[in-house]
Design a protein around this ligand. Structure first.
Ligand SMILES: Cc1cc2nc3c(=O)[nH]c(=O)nc-3n(C[C@H](O)[C@H](O)[C@H](O)COP(=O)(O)OP(=O)(O)OC[C@H]3O[C@@H](n4cnc5c(N)ncnc54)[C@H](O)[C@@H]3O)c2cc1C
Ligand code: FES
Ligand code: FES
Length: 495
């Protein structure tokens, strides 16, 4: 049984392990306002908001997710808000009233999802202590980047977003219930690792400690692990796979914590992108900037770096960056815990060094050193919510006018994300001049034969990867005057 609150009302529902929140809503729970567009996390039509005491201790924060790829069992102990739960009688929530006033809807298919993203944005703005900064394009794009509209056009939707603050601040009825938050907190944590569907052998298991997780994995060797589900669930919705047994990582306390050491941080594998953001913004701005290009707010609210690494996609965004930072993994299994440099983790296409019964427990991110610099450039067909065609990550220091401690890693250039040591060797100890970078480009062409696919041909990828080296040289020569904001635009249209 999954116990949660839906628009202030307590629910108790049984569901198979591979049921999505969207299926639950449009099926047994009969809330059909939430729509299915793509069923793959791309269009945002299914956007709902979830407040989870596991994610935010105090106060609860309503965060957007894609209902089509969120496991229904992850609703346990949370408060789910759908488009049906915003109005107070005939009085619309500012997110709805603004969409009406600004003609932000035509066919209406995308509208519930857009309203939910606006709702989360409005609530965020409302919770910000005065004086509040007015909404700017950057925040609007961050909030709405995961919502597509095929017919209205984005101008009226943007106008609706910008004018929410001018509408009467109607609160949903559930927002007035002082007992609700206490009752939601009372439901958490999850029922434990014995959450079994009584009618079948199907199980949704929720271990709460690393030891419990390893034991659960041993008892269920065929089970799949699920963290944010933003990769895994596409196997259900796109490949029509059926999962008998799932082991949820989101309740494993060791996987959800960030532990600071003298030299760095061990970041639990199930820490979400959103939870990484403050640390990266403070210490690794180029990495933090990349996160603004990784998926959408809905994806970043759920997706984890552990999932990005374990999924071992050649176009995952974080592995190349982490490779240049000499990140290490903590792997846990029946034989105990071991550490492995990330550079030794990826073996071949979608093959990793994980032994049977092992999982990624944490990622070690070293603290930045003052004179080490980093650049990360992602090329994709669309700026928001798009997977990389290729990504280049570069790290170096300048010592007495020559390059030192050089790291170069690419995604999308081979079957795995990889450091290109031949390029590093061409640059190490050399002056960052045109001749050095010519040699680096030559090393690139000799080392890599990237794939051709729908995102880009082999030629395109080689040319673009070489151009990123040139861009790096221009950065070093101080003639690349792009600001971070302009870089976003350049990244977007470079394809
Ligand atoms: C619309 C959309 C946009 C996206 N955009 C991007 C993007 O721009 N860049 C990008 O890199 N990715 C993108 N992704 C892919 C995805 O969001 C990321 O790869 C994400 O980091 C996966 O994390 P997760 O927690 O959701 O993993 P899950 O889907 O829960 O798991 C992924 C895989 O890893 C396994 N796994 C998860 N955690 C562990 C662990 N700790 N140990 C061992 N195995 C584990 C699971 O069993 C599964 O096989 C996008 C996905 C969608 C749907
Ligand atoms: S239906 Fe398109 S994101 Fe869920
Ligand atoms: S109003 Fe039709 S898709 Fe947005």
């Amino acid at each position: 049984m999954i116990e949660f609150f839906l628009n202030g009302q307590r629910q108790r529902v049984a569901a198979a392990p591979d049921t999505s929140v969207l299926e639950l809503l449009r099926g047994p729970v009969s809330h059909c306002g939430t729509k299915e567009g793509c069923a793959s996390g791309d269009c945002g039509a299914c956007t709902v908001a979830i407040a989870s005491p596991e994610d935010d201790r105090q106060p609860l924060v309503y965060r957007t997710v894609n209902a089509c790829i969120t496991p229904a069992h992850q609703l346990q102990g949370t408060h789910l808000i759908t488009v049906e739960g915003l109005a107070r009688g005939d009085a619309l929530h500012p997110s709805q009233a603004s969409m009406v006033a600004c003609h932000g809807s035509q066919c209406g298919f995308c509208t519930p999802g857009i309203v939910m993203s606006l709702f989360a944005l409005h609530e965020q703005q409302r919770a910000t202590p005065a004086p509040r900064k007015p909404l700017d394009d950057h925040r609007l794009e961050a909030a709405l980047g995961g919502n597509l509209c095929r017919c209205t056009g984005y101008r009226p939707i943007r106008d609706a977003a910008l004018s929410m603050g001018e509408r009467p601040d109607t609160r949903p009825p559930w927002a007035d219930d002082p007992e609700l938050e206490r009752e939601i907190r009372h439901l958490a944590p999850l029922a434990g690792s014995k959450n079994q569907n009584s009618k079948s052998q199907a199980r949704y298991l929720t271990p709460s400690t690393l030891a419990d997780l390893i034991d659960t994995m041993q008892r269920h060797p065929d089970a799949r692990l699920v963290a944010g589900a933003t990769d895994l669930w596409l196997e259900v919705t796109q490949r029509l796979e059926h999962f008998e047994t799932l082991i949820d990582l989101r309740q494993v306390k060791e996987l959800r914590q960030i532990e600071e050491t003298a030299d760095g941080w061990w970041i639990g594998a199930a820490v979400t992108y959103r939870e990484w953001e403050p640390l990266l913004a403070e210490h690794y701005p180029a990495f933090a900037h990349l996160l603004t290009r990784l998926g959408s707010a809905q994806i970043r609210n759920r997706g984890t770096v552990g999932g990005n690494i374990a999924n071992a996609s050649p176009i995952g965004d974080t592995p190349p960056v982490l490779l240049t930072l000499d990140a290490t993994l903590r792997l846990a299994g029946p034989e105990g815990v071991r550490e492995l440099p990330l550079a030794s983790f990826f073996l071949d296409y979608k093959q990793t060094a994980l032994e049977p019964g092992e999982c990624v427990a944490a990622i070690y991110l070293p603290k930045p050193q003052a004179d080490l610099e980093q650049r990360v450039w992602k090329l994709s067909k669309r700026r928001e919510d798009d997977i990389s065609t290729l990504l280049g990550a570069f790290r170096w220091r300048l010592k007495d006018g020559v390059l030192a401690d050089v790291r170069v890693a690419y995604g999308g250039m081979a079957a795995i994300p990889l450091r290109v040591t031949a390029i590093e060797a061409a640059l190490e100890g050399k002056k960052p001049d045109a001749e050095t970078f010519d040699a680096a480009r030559q090393a690139l062409r000799e080392s890599l034969t990237p794939m051709s696919d729908a995102r880009g041909s082999c030629d395109y990828r080689l040319t673009a990867a070489a151009n990123l080296l040139e861009r790096w040289r221009l950065t070093l020569a101080n003639t690349d005057s792009t600001t971070p904001t302009q870089e976003v635009a350049l990244d977007a249209y470079a394809h």
